[in-house]
Design a binder for this molecule. Structure first.
Ligand SMILES: Nc1nc2c(ncn2[C@@H]2O[C@H](COP(=O)(O)OP(=O)(O)OP(=O)(O)O)[C@@H](O)[C@H]2O)c(=O)[nH]1
Ligand SMILES: [Mg+2]
Length: 435
C-alpha cells in the first residue's frame, strides 16, 4: 500500500485533520478487531509504526504557531494517538494574515517544517503523496499553508498533492482581512495542488446530517462531516478495491483538464439500526446527493453541469438495488442527465463508516458523490465579491498590513484576476463541455 502524509495546518486544519484521523482509526479498529501488529496493509496508508514508541501513529504533521489548539488536542481523548514527532509547534508568534504566514513569520520556519516533512516521507516505503487540510480564513492556514504546499511541490515534484481548503462560515467570526486571505490562499492552492476538494463552512448540514448535532460553535458537525467525506474518498486506499485505490486515480477519473481540479462532494448517510429497519435504500441516498443541503459547498447542484462524476456507496445493498438506484435517477433526466454520462463511475464498499454515540458504536450506510462540477463557481463568486468589497478602488482596506510584510498591489490584483479566470473557465466549460 502506498503511503500518504497528512499535513494539518492552523487551528481548523488541525481540528479537522484530527477528526479525519480519528475516523480512519475507528474504522480500522472496527474492521480489524485484532492487535495492531495484525493490521492489514491498508492501515499503513495513513499510519506508520513508530519504533521508539512501539505503536502505530498517524503519518501526520500538525503545524501551528499558537499553542492552544495543539495543547487542547494533546489533552483530548484522541491525543494519545500522536507522539511529539507529529507536532510542529512554532510558539509565541502572531500570524494574523496571509502575508505574515507566507512571508515574514513563514519564511523563518519553513526550513524546519520542510525538514520534518522530509523525515516523515523518508519513513515511507513508497510515498504516493500528501493530503493537506487548512482553513483559508486564518493567517496560518492560508499563508503558511500556501508556503508548505509550495515547498511540498518543489521538494516532491512527482508526488500527488490533494488539498482540502476550508472556506469560512461567517465573516463575522473571522478576521476582517479574511476575504483577502481566502483569495490569496486559494490562489496558492489553485497553483500548487493537483486535486482540490473545498469545504464551505456555510453549508446547511441540517438536511444531510440529521444524526449529528446541528450547527455548533465548535464546528463539531462540519468537522465530522468533512471527516466522513474524506473517509469515503480514501476508503479504497485504506481497504483496497474500489474507484480510488490511490490519489492518482482521483485525477484519472475526475479531472480531464488540470486547470479544473476542484471537486464538489455531496454525502448522505443513515445509521444502520440493529433491526436494519431504518436503513435507507441507495436510491434515496443518491437522490439526496443531488440536493442542496447535502452538498459540501453551498450551491444548487441541479443547475450546474458536471464534467465528470462518480458515486461511492458504503452499504450492504445488493448490486440490483444499486443499479436500480442509478436507473431511477437516470430517468429523472431533467435534473441529472449530466450525472450519468459515459464517464460516470461508481463503486460499492461493504465496509460502512462507523458512528459513535451514547448508545454505542454503529455502522452508517451511505453514499458520496464527487464531481468535477461548475457549482464551485458559486463559491468563487462569493469569496470574490467579499474581496472586491474590501479592495474597492478608493479604499483598499487593510492592504497596508500586507504591504508592511512585503506584499505588493500586483499580487492582490493577480490573485483576484486568476480567481475570475477560473470562474470563466468553469462557465465556458458549462457552455461547451467537449471543447
Ligand atoms: N470547519 C472548521 N472551521 C474552523 C475550525 N476552527 C476555526 N475554523 C474557521 O477557520 C477560520 C480560520 O481560523 P483558524 O483555523 O483558527 O486560523 P489559523 O489557520 O489558525 O490562522 P491564524 O489566523 O494564524 O490563527 C475561523 O474563522 C473559522 O471560521 C474548525 O474546527 N473547523
Ligand atoms: Mg491559529
Amino acid at each position: 500500500m502506498k503511503e500518504i502524509v497528512s499535513l494539518n495546518i492552523g487551528r481548523a486544519g488541525i481540528r479537522v485533520g484530527d477528526e479525519i484521523t480519528q475516523t480512519f482509526k475507528q474504522e480500522h479498529d472496527y474492521y480489524h478487531n485484532s492487535p495492531e501488529a495484525d493490521y492489514t496493509d491498508g492501515f499503513s496508508t495513513f499510519f506508520g509504526y513508530n519504533e521508539e514508541e512501539k505503536s502505530y501513529q498517524p503519518r501526520s504533521l500538525l503545524i501551528d504557531f499558537e499553542p492552544e489548539t495543539l495543547d487542547t488536542l494533546k489533552r483530548s481523548k484522541s491525543g494519545g494517538m500522536y507522539s511529539e514527532s507529529n507536532f510542529c509547534e512554532f510558539q509565541d508568534e502572531e500570524v494574523c494574515n496571509y502575508a505574515r504566514g507566507y512571508y515574514t513569520v513563514g519564511e523563518e520556519v519553513i526550513g524546519q517544517c520542510m525538514d520534518r516533512i522530509q523525515k516523515i516521507a523518508e519513513d515511507c516505503d513508497s510515498l504516493q503523496g500528501f493530503m493537506g487540510v487548512a482553513s483559508l480564513a486564518g493567517g496560518t492556514g492560508s499563508g503558511f499553508g500556501a508556503r508548505v504546499l509550495e515547498g511540498v511541490k518543489d521538494e516532491f515534484k512527482s508526488k500527488e498533492r490533494l488539498w482540502i481548503p476550508i472556506f469560512p462560515e461567517s465573516w463575522l467570526h473571522t478576521s476582517a482581512m479574511s476575504s483577502y486571505d481566502c483569495v490569496l490562499g486559494n490562489e496558492a492552492v489553485r497553483e500548487n495542488a493537483n486535486i482540490v476538494i473545498p469545504f464551505d463552512s456555510r453549508v446547511d448540514l441540517a438536511g444531510g446530517l440529521d444524526e449529528w448535532k446541528l450547527y455548533d460553535k465548535e464546528f463539531c458537525s462540519i468537522n465530522k462531516s468533512i471527516a466522513q467525506v474524506v473517509s469515503y474518498i480514501t476508503c479504497s486506499m485504506r481497504f483496497g478495491e474500489g474507484l480510488f485505490c490511490n490519489l492518482k486515480d482521483i485525477s484519472k477519473i475526475l479531472i480531464n483538464n488540470s486547470d479544473l481540479k476542484y471537486l464538489s462532494g455531496a454525502h448522505s448517510s443513515k445509521i444502520v439500526k440493529a433491526d436494519k429497519e431504518n436503513e435507507t435504500n441507495p436510491t434515496e441516498m443518491l437522490l439526496n446527493c443531488l440536493e442542496t443541503p447535502f452538498q459540501m459547498i453551498k450551491c444548487d447542484p441541479r443547475i450546474h453541469l458536471k464534467i465528470r462524476s462518480c458515486a461511492i456507496f458504503r452499504n450492504d445493498a445488493t448490486l440490483e438495488d444499486i443499479n436500480s438506484a442509478i436507473e431511477i435517477i437516470n430517468e429523472k433526466s431533467n435534473m441529472s442527465q449530466d450525472w450519468f454520462s459515459d464517464s460516470f463511475q461508481w463503486c460499492q464498499n461493504k465496509l460502512m463508516p462507523i458512528y459513535n454515540n451514547e448508545e454505542g458504536i454503529h455502522q452508517q450506510s451511505g453514499c458520496l458523490t464527487l464531481s468535477n462540477s461548475a457549482s464551485v463557481v458559486e463559491l468563487f463568486d462569493y469569496i470574490g465579491v467579499k474581496f472586491d468589497h474590501l479592495f474597492s478602488e478608493s479604499i483598499k482596506c487593510y492592504f497596508h498590513h500586507y504591504q508592511a510584510e512585503g506584499m505588493e498591489l500586483e499580487q492582490f490584483e493577480e490573485a483576484r484576476a486568476n480567481l475570475k479566470d477560473l470562474e470563466v473557465m468553469y462557465e465556458q466549460m458549462e457552455i461547451s463541455p467537449n471543447s
